[in-house]
Design a protein around this ligand. Structure first.
Ligand SMILES: Nc1nc2c(ncn2[C@@H]2O[C@H](COP(=O)(O)OP(=O)(O)OP(=O)(O)O)[C@@H](O)[C@H]2O)c(=O)[nH]1
Length: 251
């Protein structure tokens, strides 16, 4: 997360946000990264159409997190092997990585470990990693158990979540919590993590309580979650987290 504007930069046009952060979507080709992004950004689900991403692309969206306007720059990467060398260069300055697998594809889940290896090689050490089992709307074809996802998240120190698609709110919810955890350190329980006590590995809360979110984008839809994000964290507002700082308000 970075401050809005900066010394030496040309005067920036008036911004409607206070902080900015970069999130990358990663995972095998076809797991649903582009659909996730489009649904989050535009509320549109591209059912049935699959046009593989070439290279890398990004979209911006301003969301409210704890009453702070956050501009998320969300990078959609190509999952195909031949584009990996292009996308590696973008890992370095990302604050959060959303690593997707398709719950109907065992292979996409098995490949998560290879993705984690790449992340550890190319991303910042303190990057927030979120593991997301996508396509939970077709649970009749489920090939990856939720508990296997949770267990992998535990060993890889990632957070796990499974949205039921195609509703819009889960995408916002993932990025909301990712943003919040990105503004956090990992040493104390995070009050956002319903029922887990903030301790990774306690398992899923089958009926997460509505989160008292102040942001209008997210309010009231948390009940659709299979599983809240897990992992200890502490809001950085009180600790002055170096990477997710609040920018000065513009007068
Ligand atoms: N049922 C279901 N299908 C989905 C979901 N998300 C994506 N799809 C479908 O999965 C296919 C691939 O989706 P994309 O978003 O293009 O996949 P991608 O991960 O961006 O793929 P690459 O660009 O090659 O890396 C498309 O046919 C989508 O309609 C979902 O949540 N549920």
């Amino acid at each position: 997360m970075s401050r809005v504007g900066g010394s030496g930069a040309p005067p920036a046009p008036p911004q409607d946000y206070e902080v900015a952060g970069k999130v990358m979507l990663l995972g095998d080709s076809g797991v649903g990264k582009t659909c996730f992004l489009l649904q989050f950004r535009d509320g549109a689900f591209l059912s049935g159409t699959f046009i593989a991403t070439v290279g890398i692309d990004f979209r911006n969206k301003v969301v409210a997190v704890d009453g702070v306007k956050v501009k998320l720059q969300i990078w959609d990467t190509a999952g195909q092997e031949r584009f990996r060398s292009v996308t590696h260069a973008y890992y370095r300055d990302a604050q959060a990585l959303l690593l997707l697998y398709d719950i109907t594809s065992k292979m996409s889940f098995d490949n998560i470990r290879a993705w984690l290896t790449e992340i550890h090689e190319y991303a910042q050490k303190d990057v927030v990693i979120m593991l997301l089992g996508n396509k939970a709307d077709v649970s009749s074809e489920r090939a990856v158990r939720t508990e296997d996802g949770a267990s992998l998240a535990r060993v890889s120190r990632a957070r796990i979540c499974t949205p039921r698609c195609p509703p819009t709110a889960p995408q916002a919810r993932v990025l909301h919590l990712g943003t919040r955890c990105g503004r956090a350190t990992r040493s104390a329980p995070c009050p956002d993590l319903h029922g887990t006590g903030g301790t990774a590995g306690r398992g899923c809360d089958p009926a997460p309580k509505p989160h008292p979110a102040k942001g209008g984008d997210f309010g009231g839809r948390e009940g659709v979650w299979d599983c809240p994000l897990m992992g200890p964290c502490r809001p950085c507002r009180s600790t002055g987290c170096p990477s997710w700082r609040r920018a000065p308000r513009r007068g």
